[in-house]
Design a protein around this ligand. Structure first.
Ligand code: SGN
Ligand code: CA
Length: 521
């Protein structure tokens, strides 16, 4: 890109408009460039725990501030609800079968076309800080500093181009420090930038900052209606291992340490996560947890009482980690405001997928059911974008790469499968022509949490899912009458018409996205 462009204000037509028009119907619009991009992504942070989506549980004023200064997507989804694959979809703008990252164990091929590569070629400064989780090293970033694998909440190591670095402190704060430092001191201020800030929070095992341990302790969270789900008519749900009651580890997840208690994951906690704390942190940690531990073992809870107690502890620990996140996002927003950057910067906040907060009795993700298929998505927008408030259109994480490219005034390659979201941001009204359905495909079986492989289609009202591999089970939901997906209508009388329509739509999407699963089955 002509470097001179970056030294003067200019107007340019949205480069991807032609690509968009087939799917999104967006005509040409003019925006002032160049725009900076701050993309903040968390891990396992779900809409239920973000007050602009759901005010039942916690307050997230800074995340809400992003939405208040821009838009909130009511129907944002991922293509494959698990970390590594979701990150690969973000970087490539393609479904998992096209970018090759099917599950958390396959290695991402970083030599393929990625959004950061195209941004960099287009004259952008690019940086990636935080959880990467793609096994191969980052490619085509001007600057990167990543957590190894899942990373840790406390005193983390980071991998850099110069090797490993050890830090003291709480990872959510450290990632924010590094991001602000890059913005303030490292980047080339003559160029527009794209900063990818990827947090570890709110991943398992939900370890709060010592400064936040006492928060939410007096709160009793309302149990979801389907917490004691019996999974009737849903074969794959009967076989998962992500139940708060049965699978959540009392030591590793909930920190209830006792010498006589050995659980499957107690060593991962005692020799792993807890062992990372320094002596001052351990003192604060133990002072907080010991009375809770004593009361817990004293009470000797069983059955439903124990399940409900686990749910409350889970909710509290998770909420505390999100509190740190919210404050740290606030720091980034403040910095951008103070530096006068918000007028020319789009701030995107999302998660690598949604999560269960006790719905169906679960934690974790993976299923194409709403809580984990969906993901939070809010954007703070400069004034030149006319849209404010809620956006109903169905969007997916494969759309992020095309969106960033269009924000940068760059062309969207024809082989990217997502579409730019700019037509949704430019006008007060949403365009009439937009995709009418979403495609999903999850592959990680048999590994953690035993969720069967499945693919499916979602329309504004219905969802059709096929679980396959060592199972062959179809599910159909009417989201209007059954938003919590408790009643599998597949094969039920009266649903023949809609079932046939959805099968057709599913096949159309598998053809459109060229998913080889069609030939295999
Ligand atoms: C780890 C967790 C799982 C989690 C996966 C994937 N177990 O294996 O609970 O589902 O990560 O999460 S743990 O004992 O190591 O905490 S993902 O978000 O990275 O895909
Ligand atoms: Ca995740």
């Amino acid at each position: 890109m002509d470097k001179a462009l970056f030294h003067s204000k200019f107007l340019y037509p949205l480069a991807g408009a032609a690509v968009l028009s087939s799917c999104a119907g967006g005509g040409k619009a003019e925006v002032e460039g160049p725009l900076n991009i701050v993309y903040i992504m968390t891990d396992d942070h779900t809409r239920q725990m973000m007050s602009c989506y759901d005010n039942r549980y916690i307050e997230t004023p800074n995340l809400d501030r992003i939405a208040e200064n821009g838009v909130i997507f009511r129907n944002a989804y991922v293509a494959n609800s698990i970390s590594g694959p979701s990150r690969a979809c973000l970087l490539t703008g393609k479904h998992s079968h096209k970018n090759g990252k099917l599950d958390n164990v396959t290695t991402f091929d970083g030599s393929q076309q990625t959004v950061q590569q195209l941004l960099k070629q287009g004259g952008y400064q690019t940086a990636m800080i935080g959880k990467w989780h793609l096994d191969s090293q980052p490619t085509n970033f001007d600057y990167w500093e990543i957590l190894p694998g899942q990373g840790h909440y406390y005193n983390p190591d980071f991998i850099t181009e110069e090797g490993r670095k050890h830090y003291k402190g709480y990872t959510t704060n450290l990632i924010t420090d590094m991001g602000i430092d890059w913005l303030a001191n490292v980047r080339d201020k003559e160029k527009p930038f794209a900063l990818f800030l990827h947090h570890k929070v709110a991943h398992r095992n939900w370890m709060a900052d010592t400064t936040h341990l006492s928060l939410y302790e007096d709160r009793t969270f309302e149990l979801p209606d389907n917490f004691f789900d019996d999974y009737k008519g849903r074969l794959a749900a009967q076989q998962q291992k992500m139940s708060i009651d049965k699978d959540m580890d009392i030591v590793y997840d909930l920190k209830m340490v006792r010498d006589s208690v050995k659980t499957r994951l107690s060593n991962s906690y005692l020799r792993g996560e807890y062992a990372r704390l320094d002596s001052a942190q351990k003192i604060a940690w133990d002072a907080h947890y010991q009375p809770i531990i004593d009361a817990f073992y004293e009470a000797n809870l069983t059955g439903k009482e124990l399940a409900e107690w686990k749910y409350q502890r889970y909710m509290r620990d998770y909420a505390k980690t999100v509190q740190s996140l919210d404050e740290n996002v606030g720091r980034v927003l403040d910095y951008l405001e103070e530096e006068g950057l918000t007028g020319n910067t789009v701030i995107i906040y999302t998660s690598d997928q949604g999560f269960y907060m006790g719905e169906h009795g679960w934690f974790d993700k993976r299923f194409m059911y709403e809580e984990s298929f969906s993901t939070p998505l809010v954007m703070q927008l400069p004034d030149r974008f006319k849209k404010r408030g809620e956006i109903e259109a169905m969007v997916q994480n494969i759309d992020f790469a095309p969106t960033m490219l269009e924000l940068a005034g760059l062309e969207v390659p024809a082989d990217m499968q997502g579409v730019s979201l700019l037509p949704l941001l430019e006008r007060k009204r949403e365009p009439k022509e937009w995709r009418k359905s979403l495609y999903y495909h999850y592959y990680e079986y048999p590994l953690a949490h035993a969720v069967k492989r499945h693919y499916g289609v979602k329309t504004d009202r219905y969802k059709l899912i096929h679980f396959y591999d060592d199972i062959d089970a179809w599910e159909l939901y009417d989201l209007e009458t059954d938003p919590t997906e408790m009643h599998n209508l597949y094969g039920k009388e009266g649903y023949e018409g809609i079932t046939a329509e959805l099968h057709k739509e599913l096949e159309r999407l598998q053809l459109q996205y060229d998913d080889p699963i069609r030939e295999k089955l």
